[in-house]
Design a protein around this ligand. Sequence first.
Ligand SMILES: *[C@@H]1O[C@H](CO)[C@@H](O)[C@H](O)[C@H]1NC(C)=O
Ligand SMILES: *[C@@H]1O[C@H](CO)[C@@H](O)[C@H](O)[C@H]1NC(C)=O
Ligand SMILES: *[C@@H]1O[C@H](CO)[C@@H](O)[C@H](O)[C@H]1NC(C)=O
Ligand SMILES: *[C@@H]1O[C@H](CO)[C@@H](O)[C@H](O)[C@H]1NC(C)=O
Ligand SMILES: *[C@@H]1O[C@H](CO)[C@@H](O)[C@H](O)[C@H]1NC(C)=O
Ligand SMILES: *[C@@H]1O[C@H](CO)[C@@H](O)[C@H](O)[C@H]1NC(C)=O
Ligand SMILES: *[C@@H]1O[C@H](CO)[C@@H](O)[C@H](O)[C@H]1NC(C)=O
Ligand SMILES: *[C@@H]1O[C@H](CO)[C@@H](O)[C@H](O)[C@H]1NC(C)=O
Length: 912
Amino acid sequence: MGREGFVPLLLLLAAVAVASLAAAAEAATATSGDAAAIADLVKSLSLGGGGGDACDVVGIKCDSSGRVTGINLADKGLSGTLPASLSTLIALQSLQLQGNELTGAVPSLAGMDSLSVLALDDNKFSSLPDDFLKGLTSLTDLSMDHIPSLKAWNVPDALIDCAMLQNFSASNASIVGTLPAVLGNLTSLRQLRLSYNNLTGGLPAELSGMDALENLQLNGQQTLKLSGPLDVLASVKSLKVVWLQSNAFTGQIPDFSGLQLVDFDVRDNQLTGLVPVSLTQIPTLNRVVLSNNYLQGPKGNFTKNVSTKDVDAGNSYCSDDLGPCNPLVTTLLEVASGFGYPIKLAQSWVKSQPCDTNWFGVSCANGDVVSISLNNQSLTGMISPAFANLTKLERLSLANNNLSGVIPDALTLLPNLKYLDVSNNSLTGQVPGFKSSVKVLATGNRFGESGGDSGGGSSSSGSSSSSKSGGAPNSRSNAGMIIGILLAVILLVVCLGLFVHHRRKKNVDKFSPVSTKSPSAESEMMKIQVVGTNGNSYGSASAVPSELYSHVSSDSTNIANIFDSHGMQLPMNVLLNATNNFDENCILGRGGFGVVYKGTLNGKLVAVKRCDSGTMGTKGLQEFMAEIDVLRKVRHRHLVALLGYSTHGNERLLVYEFMSGGTLREHLCDLQQSGYTPLNWTQRMTIALDVARGIEYLHGLAQETFIHRDLKPSNILLDQDLRAKVSDFGLVKLAKDTDKSMMTRVAGTFGYLAPEYATTGKVTTKVDVYAYGVILMEMITGRKVLDDSLPEDETHLVTIFRRNMLDKEKFRKFVDPTLELSAEAWNSLLEVADLARHCTAREPHQRPDMCHCVNRLSSLVDQWKPSNIIDDDEGGTSEIGLHQQLEKWRCDDFTISDSDTFSTFSMSRKYH
Ligand SMILES: *[C@@H]1O[C@H](CO)[C@@H](O)[C@H](O)[C@H]1NC(C)=O
Ligand SMILES: *[C@@H]1O[C@H](CO)[C@@H](O)[C@H](O)[C@H]1NC(C)=O
Ligand SMILES: *[C@@H]1O[C@H](CO)[C@@H](O)[C@H](O)[C@H]1NC(C)=O
Ligand SMILES: *[C@@H]1O[C@H](CO)[C@@H](O)[C@H](O)[C@H]1NC(C)=O
Ligand SMILES: *[C@@H]1O[C@H](CO)[C@@H](O)[C@H](O)[C@H]1NC(C)=O
Ligand SMILES: *[C@@H]1O[C@H](CO)[C@@H](O)[C@H](O)[C@H]1NC(C)=O
Ligand SMILES: *[C@@H]1O[C@H](CO)[C@@H](O)[C@H](O)[C@H]1NC(C)=O
Ligand SMILES: *[C@@H]1O[C@H](CO)[C@@H](O)[C@H](O)[C@H]1NC(C)=O
């Protein structure tokens, strides 16, 4: 303590000493005002031993100055009423009258600003004063349980005066009305017990302000009961005991992670939805009672002292044990989640089989859901993208509800959808581009308004649905957003750079983590590539024709039988076997989006992409669905074939043909790591032509126009013969029209993004042409598209490539030094360079179509090929007859023998 503090302290001590001397002299003589009030009290409660000084009355405590500070008359069997003069005891700190038979009105206590403890429990009072709790600024403890004789009263707003209140207990005390918002101002309140009253209404949002609340007991309200959702409780982080049983609460159990709940009782309510996994994982939880609600989905796996009886009884879990629900149930529950698990569905959508029991609004055929009809059900919330995994769905009617948010683009992926009615809701955004075979009724909505309020109700936000394949333009993208996206792209590129670098250090970079997808929501999902190991003897020269899946084979072990005839869905255990239970040693690649395993399916090598469900989210699911959908429709020898897929619980697996030759990227710029020898010009041209043909097909030769949007060398896979196939269709977009542009969220990989696409999100097939041009440049120069080691204006290959083309000598030095070029080859290279330049023209209309690229390249391949056959140092016989081979490959129809189902090796043999 400093000097300055010392003198005042001495003075203070002196003053205290004087005061206590004075007090001693006057001890225990109540001041006249207090004496009168106590006399009133003695009289009206017939207390014995009045006569003498008030401070001598049993149960009365005075301070040294004769002020009455305490009245403790608990459990004295007293009857009578309280005198009005009680409120004159302004020094009173504690008034304890519990456990008597007191009757009549509780007098006004207004302004007793010393009163800290007020206990009125277990009496027979008839009413409370109008100014009850007014001005009781020191009150810490208010208990008034079990006074059912009280006239109905509301918790008064004057409660806000009691800022020090720590305990407020008024169970069984005739409280009516709603919980007042001022409760939220009681930041010291630790216990709030208002059980067994007649409270109604919901939990006010202001409760989130109760920073100290540990114990909340609102159980057993009469008649109308408390209702509405529990969500606000998740933000009262101090809660330990929550008793809400026997009310009418609805909605889901909120996510209480971060709380140290000990006791959670919501028995006998109308809660719906799933038992949150977060609840089961609260380590402090000692008692949980969930019985008699409408809880759905898998049972909560509680440990410790939680009795299963209290969790299970009277709910609608999908299974008697702890395991997951079957996929159909899981999907329908996600659908219900979009609507916030409405009670009507919760009451009907019970047990484990939607198609065996009559789920409201659900119709089935062959054990799968074909129609969902929920017209006019007062549904709120949003249309869940999970509808998209009801792959057999033909009809979907959600008319005359109050749904908000957007129509998820994922619905356009439903292969069998014929009828969609969403009229008369509050949907925003745009109607996605459905196939013309789908009858869409969508009048009476708010389309065109930006769906700012996407109408909550679910964790998976509908507004993020964006743009997988439906052509639903998110046309509202404005300059700010674009800048944001670009910044995100740049950041991602930097991060990716580090990531790649890091991986490389660890020498596990057999594959390339790629695809920066710009919007931040997608950022965590860097896609990974299916990449083969080197020198595998398994050859693969062409795609597997779709007939494979529909009519094959009497051989029961045949792979074709494993695929279901329509969906190509594979049982999970088949893939577990194929990958030796996802053996670490089978890993081909790994990335933010999942892991790719090499597997053996029926004796054939396959690549199994196992999507990381944790980081996948809705966007990931859409990519997954998009990829399946596209690959189901488009089959081409220069597009990697999808052999099947599997969903099981959270698992999402895609099975592709295995490509043993690695990625083009590894053959161009990652040579040191991959150990490949540089490609010669012939090989490069062949690959370029393969890619061009694959893309040309995507762009127009299939029934529909698809835009790949993420073309780059790491998405081009090679087989043993160095023939190329385009892979990774996760960003593919279905275009309505070859030429029309669509607005989308920008997605793709920096460096390959066409300028108009990167800046405006406008996407046409010319976006792929641009990326193709960039790939040609990489093949000519052997350089990466972005090179951070160069000065800023030279980092982008397109810029320097175009610059160098102006000067022939410079350009010669710029070309990949590993290329040994004959004069003829040099000429062809110049032509390809010119093509690359056109493909990367700034204006989309200045870029050629893909079929032009195919034509230019195939004429070049014809021209110079013969002179190269002899020089070929690699590939040997595979180069012989390249032209013949190309000619033959022009025809798509080939048949395969049953015994050799997708041995593409045997197919390629046929061409020699
Ligand atoms: C309410 O209080 C009365 C009187 O003390 C008691 O008899 C009754 O059992 C209480 N009710 C509840 C639900 O506790
Ligand atoms: C509040 O009630 C609890 C338990 O009934 C008790 O332990 C605590 O002392 C009370 N707090 C105050 C300020 O009286
Ligand atoms: C009570 O809390 C609300 C917000 O929760 C605040 O706006 C208001 O000013 C508070 N009232 C008092 C008297 O502190
Ligand atoms: C509860 O309040 C409602 C009106 O809100 C009233 O009709 C009902 O009788 C009350 N119930 C009890 C038990 O007091
Ligand atoms: C389980 O309950 C017992 C007895 O009620 C108690 O002693 C023990 O602490 C509880 N365990 C946990 C982890 O809370
Ligand atoms: C339930 O939880 C325990 C402990 O966390 C775990 O060992 C067990 O596998 C879980 N059961 C199921 C079916 O998930
Ligand atoms: C929708 O339901 C309400 C009440 O359930 C009913 O009055 C109304 O006629 C129904 N409207 C239609 C279009 O079915
Ligand atoms: C259905 O889609 C949702 C995303 O909307 C996904 O989270 C869920 O896992 C899918 N369910 C099944 C059974 O495939």
